[in-house]
Design a protein around this ligand. Structure first.
Ligand SMILES: NC(=O)CC[C@H](N)C(=O)O
Length: 363
């Protein structure tokens, strides 16, 4: 079966249909990771987006039961050059096609993903539609026009009720804006007792849980679409150590008075170099974001810049000068991908411990 991807600028790509037959409008973005398509497909930060993989062969190691970042994928569509439907890997449980069908995600293959990526790099990410080969272009463009980008993605992917992943160590509240399982896994690995709470929990509800530390997860969309979280952070930052990842980083920065803006085509991939001013080292990081903290907005706040992206010099990390709060724009829990920055979870827990010591609540 044939299928088309049409961009809002009128560019049409003819390809083959795979995955679910549903038509979908979303923001078309690209990811440069050579592996990790299962994690990409299941990362809630992609809610509302149609993701193009620049690596030309996708699906070759199948889909397995272990590598999900969430069990409810919310990605809107998947674009590849070649989709392998005969996966070969001892962990593979199903093919990419089977997975997409079961999760209502439309896919298109056999298009020139290099050409598409060059368009997005030149003109910036834009809306697009995955649709039947028979659909007229005018009608498709009209559908794109009538479908604005989502603004409520966090609400769509966050947990509705709090739940606990028990542990004997520090008590961490993890605010779920679209949590990747990897973050919970890193905390559990370090014996934390984790309470995952919905995105709209306010400061009082969180403080009542008496957390030793608070983590702010990744999540989809514009950080300014989650104003209640910004308010919550500004109210808890004085009293509890904080660590923010990706959307959590952007929210922490906004809560401290900095600003965020949308990047032309974002950072999505697993080999983004980031320079750390403390260690004077460059780390390879896994990334997936379309917005970033604006560097010039940091100087009038109590934040300091800790890390910067080497590709385009955008902000990758900040730290509060007075409180035990820091955050990074990339994914230190990344799996797959480099685990160079996994130490940040230990750093957060050191802050938590130091804070308890200062309150003479030593474990
Ligand atoms: N992975 C994330 O948390 C992404 C953050 C935010 N949605 C952005 O696109 O910039």
């Amino acid at each position: 079966m044939e299928r088309k991807l049409i961009l809002e600028d009128g560019t049409v790509f003819h390809g083959k249909a795979f995955g679910s037959p549903v038509g979908k409008v979303g923001e078309v973005v690209f990811n440069t990771g050579m592996t990790g398509y299962q994690e990409t497909l299941s990362d809630p930060s992609y809610c509302g987006q149609i993701v193009t993989m620049t690596y030309p062969l996708i699906g070759n190691y199948g889909i397995n039961r272990d590598d999900f970042e969430t069990i409810n994928p919310s990605i809107f569509g998947f674009v590849v050059k070649e989709a392998c439907d005969t996966p070969s890997n001892f962990r593979s449980d199903e093919s990419l096609d089977e997975f997409l069908i079961a999760n209502d995600i439309p896919g298109i293959s056999d298009i020139d993903t290099r050409k598409l990526t060059k368009i997005l790099r030149k003109h910036g990410t834009m809306r697009g539609i995955l649709t039947d080969a028979g659909e007229g272009e005018e009608g498709a463009l009209q559908k794109i026009e009538n479908t604005p980008l989502l603004t409520n993605q966090v609400e769509r992917v966050s947990t509705v009720k709090p739940y606990v992943a028990p542990g004997r160590g520090f008590r961490i509240v993890l605010v779920d804006f679209g949590m990747k399982h990897g973050i919970l896994r890193e905390l559990s690995k370090r014996n934390c007792h984790v309470t995952v709470v919905p995105h709209d929990y306010d400061a009082q509800q969180i403080l009542r849980l008496k957390p030793d530390g608070i983590m702010l997860t990744n999540g989809p969309g514009n950080p300014k679409s989650v104003p209640q979280a910004i308010e919550m952070i500004s109210e808890v930052i004085e009293t509890v150590p904080l660590f923010g990842i990706c959307l959590g980083h952007q929210l922490l920065a906004l809560a401290c008075g900095a600003d965020t803006s949308k990047l032309k085509f974002g950072h999505r991939g697993s080999n983004h170099p980031v320079y750390d001013f403390d260690t004077k080292r460059t780390y390879l990081t896994s990334q997936n974001h379309g917005y970033a903290v604006t560097e010039s907005s940091i100087k009038d706040t109590d934040l300091e810049l800790t890390q910067v992206a080497l590709n385009d010099k955008t902000v990758e990390g900040v730290r509060h000068k007075k409180y035990a709060a820091f955050s990074v724009q990339y994914h230190p829990e990344s799996s797959p991908g480099p685990d160079d920055t996994n130490y940040l979870f230990d750093q957060f827990l050191q802050n938590v411990r130091a804070h308890k010591v200062s309150k003479q609540e030593v474990l």
